[in-house]
Design a binder for this molecule. Structure first.
Ligand code: A3P
Length: 345
């Protein structure tokens, strides 16, 4: 009998212990990490008091909690009103370049407590049908955030679409613009790889990269091929410079974001006038993926989807040399205009 009672007591203690540990882990998850442990909902926030100094901490709590819940449709209108949540137009946009690492940049910036990302590519400024729906339609596509936070969206098609600079200028002439670039030939091959995968998924055949990138009649680089044209960064940038001064752009080195993300992110934090909050703790190298992944706290971490970081097909080295020679003068001009030298071959 006594033995039975002892076993029952031990079992009870075990359950209670597990519950306590579980609750502790949940608390830690909600607030980011142990050193950021704060009450989940500080009373003054409910009263609407705003202390700028501790804002990032508070924002972090809700970014991982309330904002996430809202996206899932679990937060009431009352809570939105109580916490002053709003849908804000972006203060910064990642305008391109396609395959430069735009998704990685957006997700990594979203680690910052003062940043809220628009998860989907909205394609407001490059798609006439969407643009015709008006700016309120665009704002309603934005995630909920605190007024002190900044919303960032990314639509890489903006960089190469003729009408976009003027349209963005009309919305906000002082907006901050982020451009993430990779070595132009690598980017073109990455672009090709994405299209190739799409064709293969539909059981369609596709040309080899060499055939598309080189004009068979002249044996010169085929500038009609979109993947090549997109990599002539300076041509596109010049169109943007008719509307925005160069100070409103920040160039992110997409090749370095792959191998050394933190210093690149710190430069972006500076450009956006954000206090430095993204740390090495938030980024860890995942050997299986071969890329850095994101750590929000001791429980939540994630890597980018498998569609990011594809294996590129092998390309004839003579074609690579030809392309690199072709891009070289455009790259020099790009460095000169932007003031950022990237040492591409
Ligand atoms: P590849 O698939 O050619 O390797 P985008 O998001 O603009 O489409 O860019 C995709 C590229 O982001 C990928 O190109 C990949 O190299 C790069 N990238 C940068 N950081 C990454 C990360 N942490 N995880 C996965 N891909 C990353």
């Amino acid at each position: 009998m006594l033995f039975k009672q002892q076993a029952w007591l031990r079992q009870k203690l075990l359950v209670l212990g597990s519950l306590a540990v579980g609750s502790l882990l949940y608390l830690v998850a909600r607030v980011g990490s142990l050193d950021r442990l704060q009450p989940i909902c500080p009373i003054e926030s409910r009263l609407g008091a705003r202390n700028q100094a501790d804002f990032p901490l508070r924002a972090l709590q809700f970014k991982r909690g309330l904002l996430h819940e809202f996206r899932k449709g679990n937060v009431s209108k009352e809570q939105v009103r109580l916490h002053d949540l709003v849908q804000q137009l972006p203060k910064a946009i990642i305008i391109g370049v396609r395959k430069g690492g735009t998704r990685a940049l957006l997700e990594m910036l979203n680690l910052h407590p003062a940043v809220v990302k628009a998860s989907q590519e909205i394609h407001f400024f490059d798609n006439d049908e969407n643009y015709a729906k008006g700016i309120e339609w665009y704002r309603k596509k934005m995630p909920f955030s605190y007024p002190q936070q900044i919303t960032i969206e990314k639509s890489p098609a903006y960089f190469i679409t003729e009408e976009v600079p003027e349209r963005i200028y009309k919305m906000n002439s002082s907006i901050k613009l982020l451009i993430i670039v990779r070595e132009p030939t690598t980017r073109a091959i990455s672009d090709y790889t994405q299209v190739l995968e799409g064709k293969e998924r539909k059981n369609k055949t596709y040309y080899k990269f060499e055939k598309l990138a080189i004009d068979p009649n002249t044996c010169e680089v085929n500038t009609k091929y979109k993947a090549v044209r997109t990599s002539i960064y300076t041509k596109h940038l010049e169109r943007w410079l008719k509307y925005f001064p160069i100070e409103q752009f920040h160039i992110v080195d997409g090749d370095r974001l792959i191998t050394e993300p933190l210093p690149e992110l710190q430069l972006v934090e500076k450009f956006l006038n954000l206090p430095p909050r993204i740390s090495q703790y938030n980024l860890y190298f995942n050997a299986t993926r071969g890329f850095y992944c994101l750590r929000f706290n001791i429980i939540f971490n994630k890597c980018l989807a498998g569609s990011k970081g594809r294996i590129h097909p092998e390309v004839d080295p003579s074609v690579i040399t030809k392309l690199r020679k072709f891009f070289h003068p455009f790259n020099q001009k790009f460095y000169q205009i932007t003031g950022r030298t990237l040492n591409w071959p």
